[in-house]
Design a protein around this ligand. Structure first.
Ligand code: AR6
Length: 366
């Protein structure tokens, strides 16, 4: 699957070498410089090279490039310009050498931006467990939200902009547990509906320790994401209660799924269960932030099959999110409490003003 860059060079040179040799050399040197500049500036290479979209060279390269290499290269050209160690050592090592000496690579890298990804995209089948989940993941994570839409397995996704922000009403509560912080006014949502439809950075899954799927929201997420999700989950070797692990969202509108295992509370709630539930929220937020996910949706973890009373769970959820935002002010743009049952919606709406009040605590107590 991996591309032999050297082989490519010999192939792509043919259509490029149509002019006098001196002109070709000049192009080669110029292109190498452009590549360096593009990478260091983090700009799309096609803006610099100007190779027409119909270039036969690009078409040829597209057909030969592996999804992993392409996606990784594309991320490199989109990011801060630094290349991952794996790429520096591996396939990209060959590319870098190519850049120094030839225009071929510039055309090749440019092709990743404009045409290659859509050509490679045809190989991605999110309805089948066949194929390499790592390559699929690399590819999907390299896409913009707009480009990823064609891979959703649902036709009804809900973009972040369509999820209303919850705003505290002044004077809506006489007591509050935390002081007012106006920075959080635009950061919280209560969304009533199916978490699998949300087109956001990350949705949290109330999973079990195997991470291999189950009922409730876990089942819904696996069904909606498609079989690749379970393949990646199998590679994670389970998850302990209170911990959180991240995967790609595959056929979901959400880019990532964060799997956390809530406490089983069918025999009642003690300190152990409370602490574990808080850990689920905290660890999920930490994993989200580590992966650059700025919008995260939570289901009501443990309150279904695992039997945690929702009227108690809501306090652990809200307190943990509030404390996390207090400590990590700049990491998250939106935290969405995704409620499935009308009773849960009521619980969140009633209790949110205690944790995200409209007025300063002092004032509200007067
Ligand atoms: N979107 C949003 N919330 C949902 C959805 C959905 N599509 N479906 C259910 N919920 P549960 P738990 C809500 O039972 O209690 C699984 O078998 C639901 O109304 O899914 O943590 C796992 O594999 C409830 O409020 O998770 C574990 O074995 C909340 O999601 C076990 O269940 C959580 O209910 C985990 O149990």
């Amino acid at each position: 699957m991996a591309l032999q860059i050297s082989a490519l060079f010999s192939r792509v040179r043919v259509p490029l070498c149509t002019g006098p040799l001196s002109r070709v050399r000049a192009n080669i040197q110029g292109a190498g410089v452009k590549f360096k500049h593009a990478v260091s500036a983090g700009r799309p290479l096609h803006q610099l090279t100007g190779t027409p979209a119909t270039s036969p060279v690009r078409g040829h390269i597209n057909a030969k490039f592996s999804t992993t290499t392409a996606a990784a290269l594309w991320r490199s050209s989109q990011g801060n310009g630094s290349l991952s160690p794996r790429l520096r050592r591996g396939r990209l090592g060959k590319v870098t050498v190519g850049v120094a000496v030839g225009v071929s690579t510039v055309v090749l890298v440019q092709s990743l931006h404009t045409g290659a990804l859509s050509a490679m995209a045809l190989k991605v089948n999110l309805n089948s467990a066949e194929g390499d989940w790592k390559e699929t993941k690399d590819f999907l994570l390299s896409l913009s939200v707009k480009d990823r839409r064609q891979y959703y397995r649902t036709s009804s996704s809900v973009p972040l902009d369509d999820i209303p922000v919850w705003t505290p009403t002044a004077g809506s509560t006489k007591r509050t547990f935390y002081p007012r912080n106006e920075k959080f006014d635009q950061r919280i949502s209560v969304y009533s509906g199916d978490i699998t439809k949300l087109e956001i950075d990350a949705i949290v899954n109330a999973a079990n320790k195997t991470l291999l799927g189950g009922g409730g929201v876990d089942g819904a997420i696996h069904r909606a994401a498609g079989p690749m999700l379970q393949k990646e989950c199998a590679s994670l070797h389970g998850c302990e209660t209170g911990e959180a692990k991240i995967t790609c969202g595959y056929g979901l509108p959400a880019k990532y799924v964060i799997h956390t295992v809530g406490p089983i509370a069918q025999k009642g709630v003690g300190e152990v269960e409370k602490k574990a539930l808080r850990s689920c929220y905290k660890n999920s937020l930490e994993v989200a932030a580590k992966n650059g996910a700025r919008s995260v949706a939570f289901p009501c973890i443990s309150t279904g099959i695992y039997g945690y009373p929702p009227e108690q769970a809501v306090h652990e959820a809200l307190a943990t999110v509030r404390e996390y935002l207090d400590e990590h002010d700049d990491e998250l743009d939106r935290v969405i409490f995704c409620v499935f049952l009308p009773a849960d919606k009521e619980l969140y709406l009633q209790n949110l003003p205690l944790y995200f009040p409209a007025e300063a605590t002092v004032k509200s107590k007067l």
